[in-house]
Design a protein around this ligand. Structure first.
Ligand code: K7E
Ligand code: CUA
Length: 602
């Protein structure tokens, strides 16, 4: 195309006519190029009927307090996993259930989830757990990927706003969760501005108990850990300790906080901590061995990402057009921490997050420029001015971006997801609010190639992909019935107190173990249901009319709900998962007698 030039000083009519004809055929040619590109893109993301996607992408649901599971490359929504919100669909956190008790015990029935982090073994995803934060209520949850269910939720003591969340490689020794906002750890005496603290919490990966915390001056934003498990990093803005926007951005420099994990553990073992809120809190100004290194980086950095080779941690500039690459091996060796900075490439306006392809390239989201910029790490470190390799416009204003397996030691370098904050003209409006937008980009070649856009619920922040071939063998299809499971033929109702009943029912196509049971108004009723199906994909539901109860019971599972039978009369229960030709007939009655009816029986 570049050889077609019409900038000639003296053009005859013939030449002009010829030139227009050329432009005409040129645009026709461009049109068919576009069609070819579209067809190629479609082929790249098309997953034939009955075939699996290559990856499952776990997306934080943001202010939905949930996790969304998408197939990649197809962009198909596979499932959403409720975490910090009740969801009747899956019988999750319905009053009277164990999951309700778990969520209620940890705080409000809503959360704001930002950062999904997959558990690792040997520095690669092991498909066991997915961790997710709740910024609004300073919590973190562990999802059991065997069942795609929330298994544990814990509150982080002493801090406010659990933000950055990551695991310590190579074997998930800790889950690190940042306490972002400055606040007083002990609120029992009211407001205490002088006691404001923020920092990083190190959690047990199974129980989610906070093993220890390290105080960090400023606001801990996003975190990551070095591949050998030695260092925990956090971008740290508001080192001014300002409490207003103006004060938070006063200085031109903030920091990456680097915590020497073995030094912190040593401080704990030497008793160099204070006990606060039921955990051990290290003040890094009071330890014999240096625990905290504050590496200066420009103005209010945001993303914090360790390169797959473990050499660098990248702080994405946010208010600076740069990414600061810190040489991890130098942190405890240099006199002046500025000397640990390996490069500070300028990448564009509003860099937020950086991800990696495993071929030495980094990809940074540019919020203000609405782009993903691909740049070469070695070239930037060598001072080669040609470190930017490619730029791709995205639609619009990306926050996180994630290249497949980019957070492991072995990124696959095929797909990159841009998680865009605004969709503007991308979709048909849904009222004044617009769908959220995400775009899938092919990063396998030199040039990035746009493949697909697909909307998401508001609002995904971050993503973590896992290979379906790694995950699928770990996922339970039919559960082994637990010790609490009800055996076939053992459905019954037992009176367990003067005003208390326990109902036990098996569930199997197309029948509940009991066609009816009778209790009395005001009785406390517990219903335990065991799905005794032995084939996969045969989930049954249990909805109880006018009691606000719905459960989902997967093959082999036992589920329980407790409530007060305060509404008299006949209440049908029925199966909510379409299971068989007799699905509609799969129901029974809870008969709630009034006190008068009870008397009459005597
Ligand atoms: Cu950048 Cu909470 Cu990860 Cu959102 S944070 S974008
Ligand atoms: Cu069981 Cu529908």
């Amino acid at each position: 195309m570049s050889n077609v030039r019409v900038h000639r000083p003296f053009l005859s009519a013939v030449v002009i006519a010829a030139a227009f004809a050329a432009i005409g055929s040129l645009s026709a040619c461009r049109g068919s190029h576009q069609q070819d590109a579209n067809a190629d893109a479609a082929r790249s993301v098309y997953v034939p009927v009955g075939k699996w996607d290559k990856y499952y992408a776990f997306l934080s649901g943001g202010q939905a307090g949930t996790v969304l599971v998408y197939g990649i490359p197809s962009g198909r929504l596979i499932r959403s996993i409720p975490v910090f919100e009740p969801r009747a669909q899956y019988g999750y956190a319905i009053p009277g259930t164990k999951t309700y008790e778990m969520l209620k015990a940890s705080g409000p029935l809503w959360g704001d989830s930002h950062h999904p982090a997959l558990s690792e073994t040997n520095g690669d995803y092991d498909g066991r757990w997915l961790y997710i934060n709740d910024k609004a209520n300073t919590r973190v949850a562990r999802i059991d990927l065997k069942r795609f269910e929330t298994a544990a939720i814990a509150t982080i003591p002493n801090f406010q706003a659990a933000h950055g969340t990551s695991v310590v490689p190579p074997d998930t020794k800790y889950v690190i969760v940042n306490g972002e906002f400055l606040a007083e750890p002990d609120k029992s005496h009211g407001v205490d501005v002088a006691a404001y603290k923020a920092g990083m919490a190190f959690l047990d990966p199974i129980t989610l108990q906070t093993r220890f915390e390290v105080l960090v001056p400023g606001n801990c934003d996003i975190n990551d850990a070095s591949k050998d498990g030695r260092w925990a990093f956090s971008t740290d803005y508001d080192t001014e300790k300002g409490l207003s926007v103006e004060d938070m951005i006063r200085n031109d420099e903030d920091a990456i906080a680097a915590i020497d994990i073995p030094a912190a553990e040593e401080a704990i073992s030497k008793g160099e901590f204070t006990s606060m809120g039921g955990t051990k809190v290290i003040d890094p100004t009071r330890t014999t061995k240096k625990v905290l290194y504050m590496i200066p980086v420009p103005k209010n950095p945001h993303g914090c990402d360790v390169s797959p080779d473990g050499k660098y941690v990248a702080a994405s500039g946010k208010l600076s057009p740069t990414v600061t690459l810190i040489d991890i091996s130098k942190i405890d060796k240099v006199k002046n921490l500025r000397d640990a900075i390996a490069a500070q490439p300028e990448v564009g306006m509003g860099p937020l997050h950086t991800t990696w392809d495993g071929r030495g390239n980094a990809y940074t989201s540019l919020f203000i420029d609405s782009q993903i910029v691909k740049w070469n790490v070695a070239r930037a470190v060598a001072g080669d001015p040609n470190y930017v390799i490619d730029r791709m416009d995205v639609h619009y204003n990306p926050g996180h971006t994630y290249a497949a397996l980019g957070r492991t030691r072995h990124p696959s370098g095929d797909y990159l997801l841009a998680l865009n904050k605004l969709s503007k003209d991308m979709f048909i409006p849904v009222g004044p609010s617009m769908p959220e937008s995400q775009e899938l980009i092919d990063i396998s070649g030199d040039k990035m190639r746009m493949l697909l856009d697909f909307p998401a619920e508001p609002e995904p922040h971050d993503a973590a992909f896992i290979r379906v071939s790694d995950l699928a063998p770990k996922v339970a299809q039919v559960e082994q019935p637990g010790p609490d499971a009800i055996a076939e033929g053992k459905s019954r109702i037992e009176q367990v107190g003067p005003h208390e009943y326990h109902v036990y029912m098996t569930v199997i196509r197309s029948k509940f173990g009991l066609d009816a049971f009778t209790v009395h108004q005001g009785d406390k009723v517990t219903i335990t249901l065991s799905n005794i199906e032995t084939v996969k994909d045969m989930t049954h539901g249990f909805a109880l009319e006018d009691y606000g109860i719905n459960l989902a019971i997967d093959p082999g599972q036992t589920r329980e709900v407790t409530f007060i039978a305060d509404k008299p009369g006949t209440h049908w229960y029925y199966c909510t998962w379409f299971c068989s030709a007799l699905h509609l007939e799969m129901r029974g009655r809870m008969l709630v007698e009034t006190a008068g009816q009870q008397e009459a029986h005597r």
